[in-house]
Ligand binder design. Structure first.
Ligand code: COA
Ligand code: AMP
Length: 625
């Protein structure tokens, strides 16, 4: 099989191509309907197929003779623990947890919110929900109470599963008080809350409401996997959009299973028995696709890491893990490698470890700068691949396909479109751009299996956000260009989304928080370049006349508000007071111009700018630091 052949076929005959891929999945009932189009332009894959994702990830692997193989290898330098779960052990743990949830009344179609650190119980909880057909929504631990409350109100969970704490470099993060606060803010009341008590910190439980996870589940009866329709939702993953309200990306069971089987094999080159390491957190899409579901459904061992690239305890921990678990391939965000490079530029810590098992490294989540790319290839001596995808797609859009030959890499490109994705570049009028010309990156419909086809309880918003701008196409929100051979070059988001340390955040949401301060007349928040984190937010604020607070105090208050409302992960530390903001004559703030100004990039002041002198004033404020 070659890349060109498969790619062309996937677009010319999507039904035939994906019907063939679907045969790799152990359905309870194999689909006969491959692709249905709805009147609104969205699609349904494998409509009459019946399956269960937890069965595919666990029971099926045991049936295939992998019962004793390690499924999850938990390695936690922050807690000093390591634990291996075989497929059989994991299946048993998950079945018991699912049985307990079922006894609580949780069943198919109920939502369950997980606010959990990177402990194996997070993966178990996801798989237990999947077993029952309950829809999980994992909220990243770095989000503060307000963000959690927004997600609780949108997902309306019957049950919330949490842990007493998360562990950072330098501190224990108490999760339970954050959840308690979120529940005070939220309108929705879950029926139950269960808390996994970690030895580092005991959470206090509210009598009559909170349950002790360990105690409750130990004697539960196991639950068998429930047969589900392909289109039944597996999970909701909230992601930042351009407004303060996050989008609830919905993933189906059937399309997801087919897409991930395809991706693990053809894109990542993984086979059953291989060891895979998805370096992320279950709070992100990568954690769903590449820590839990993808590797397990492919029969791989998944390394489950609770730690950082540096300081847990040092910049050698990634290389230690690769050696210790004989990792064959990994996914990682460029930020992590930049952090390692900063502390160990010569690769001295790396040279103490045997990376012989490692075949290749995949990087995504944000732009991979060519300097980090070259450094990583030189210190590891392994191929390093940039690839591009989004929470919405759930699996790679562009990538080198390890098991389909003929897709060489090009510097600065996130590679060519993966089979199934018809990637195009268009201008605002919907004209396809010639090679080399920049524009909006879109994907012609139908999106391949696995991609999000609706937003939780808001289908209209899905249609507006993704399908309205370019009829017949999905609008990715990224800008860039293609070269004459189809290699894709991502230049960055064209909306108010930024990527901070590979974490997707909305500057619009930060603006909402800043603008609510009583002394702020108006503000603009945008992403500026950061040596390690890729981007960090910068706020320019205009004060109301006679604002009494001294600048330093105002800055501190705004930083505290964003941390309190959105979370520490926003890395919101930079606030500058300016007299005015540059706007078009119709009053639109020129954020793209501000970003270029702050990054020191060349730009021509737009003719729509009402007063060009404003830019000089702002440049002076930024230069003053
Ligand atoms: N729970 C609670 N707080 C969290 C958290 C979590 N799960 N994750 C991050 N935070 C907090 C951190 O403690 C930090 O708080 P602080 O401002 O009090 O120090 C803040 O959020 C920012 O965290 P982080 O972005 O991790 O910055 P850092 O300076 O602590 O670490 C790196 C820098 C480069 C090591 C880190 O950003 C990193 O590992 N990046 C890679 C991330 C990644 O793999 N992303 C892939 C997503 S697909
Ligand atoms: P998320 O939904 O959190 O996975 O973030 C998706 C966004 O991250 C994309 O829309 C891009 O803006 C960015 N992104 C992901 N991968 C890459 C990449 N390889 N190069 C540049 N940007 C990327």
């Amino acid at each position: 099989m070659t890349y060109q052949h498969d790619y062309q076929r996937s677009l010319a005959d999507p039904v035939g191509f994906w019907a063939e891929q679907a045969r790799q999945v152990a359905w309870f009932r194999a689909p006969t309907q491959v692709l249905c189009e709805r009147a609104d332009g969205t699609h349904q894959w494998f409509a009459d197929g019946r399956l269960n994702t937890s069965f595919l990830a666990l029971d099926h692997q045991v049936e295939q003779g992998r019962g004793e193989q390690t499924a999850l290898a938990y390695d936690s330098p922050v807690s000093g623990s390591q634990q291996r779960f075989s497929f059989r052990q994991l299946r048993n743990e998950v079945a018991r947890l699912a049985g307990w949830m079922r006894a609580l009344g949780v069943g198919k179609g109920d939502t369950v919110l997980l606010y959990l650190p990177m402990i194996p119980q997070a993966a178990m909880a996801m798989l237990a929900c999947a077993r029952l057909g309950a829809v999980h929504s994992v909220v990243f631990g770095g989000f503060a109470a307000h963000e959690l409350a927004v997600r609780i109100d949108d997902a309306q969970p019957a049950l919330i599963l949490t842990a007493s704490c998360g562990l950072e470099f330098d501190r224990v993060v108490a999760y339970k008080p954050l959840l308690d606060k979120a529940l005070e803010l939220a309108r929705h009341r879950p029926r139950h809350i269960a808390v996994w008590q970690r030895p580092q910190l005991a959470a206090s439980l509210v009598p009559g409401r909170d349950l002790d996870w360990q105690r409750e589940v130990q004697d539960a009866q196991p639950a068998a996997p429930v047969e589900l329709a392909s289109g039944d939702p597996l999970y909701i993953m909230y992601t930042s959009g351009t407004t303060g309200r996050p989008k609830g990306i919905v993933r189906d069971n059937g399309g997801h299973a087919v897409a991930l089987r395809f991706a693990l094999d053809k894109v990542y080159g993984m086979a059953a028995g291989d060891v895979w390491w998805g370096i992320s957190d279950v709070g992100w899409v990568v954690g769903h696709s590449l820590i839990v579901y993808g590797p397990l459904m492919a029969g791989c061992t998944s390394v489950f890491y609770e730690g950082k690239p540096v300081r847990t305890p040092d910049a050698g921990s990634y290389w230690r893990i690769i050696e210790q678990y004989r990792v064959n391939a990994l996914f990682c965000a460029p930020t992590a490698m930049r952090a390692i490079r900063k502390e160990d530029p010569e690769g001295r810590l790396l040279s103490r470890h045997d990376l012989g098992s490692l075949r290749r490294l995949y990087l995504a989540g944000e732009k991979l700068d060519s300097s980090t790319h070259a450094w990583l290839e030189s210190v590891t001596g392994k191929p390093v691949h940039d690839h591009w995808w989004q929470t919405e797609t759930g699996w790679p859009v562009t990538a080198p396909c390890a098991h389909l030959d003929g897709s060489g890499a090009r510097t600065g490109s996130s590679n060519r479109a993966v089979p199934g994705y018809a990637v195009r570049v268009m201008d605002e009028q919907g004209h396809v751009q010639a090679p080399g010309q920049q524009g909006d990156i879109v994907i012609a419909l139908p999106l391949p299996p696995g991609c999000c086809q609706t937003l939780w309880r808001d289908h209209e918003r899905y249609l507006q956000a993704y399908l309205a701008a370019y009829p017949g196409h999905y609008h990715t929100g990224d800008g860039g260009y293609l070269d004459e051979d189809g290699f894709v070059y991502i230049m960055g988001r064209t909306d108010d989304v930024i990527n901070v340390a590979g974490h997707r955040l909305s500057t619009g949401e930060m603006e909402d928080v800043v603008a609510l301060h009583p002394q702020v007349a108006e503000c603009a928040v945008f992403g500026v370049r950061d040596e390690i984190k890729g981007q960090v937010p910068l706020a320019l604020v205009v004060l109301k006349d006679g604002a009494p607070l001294e600048t330093r105090q105002l800055q501190a208050e705004l930083v505290a508000r964003v941390r309190e409302q959105i979370g520490a992960l926003a890395c919101f530390h930079r606030v500058r007071v300016v007299k005015r903001l540059p706007k078009t004559r119709s009053g639109k703030i020129l954020r793209a111009v501000l970003r270029k100004l702050a990054d020191g990039e060349a730009f021509a002041p737009p003719s729509t700018l009402d007063d060009p002198a404003i830019l000089q004033e702002i440049a002076a404020v930024l230069a003053a630091g």
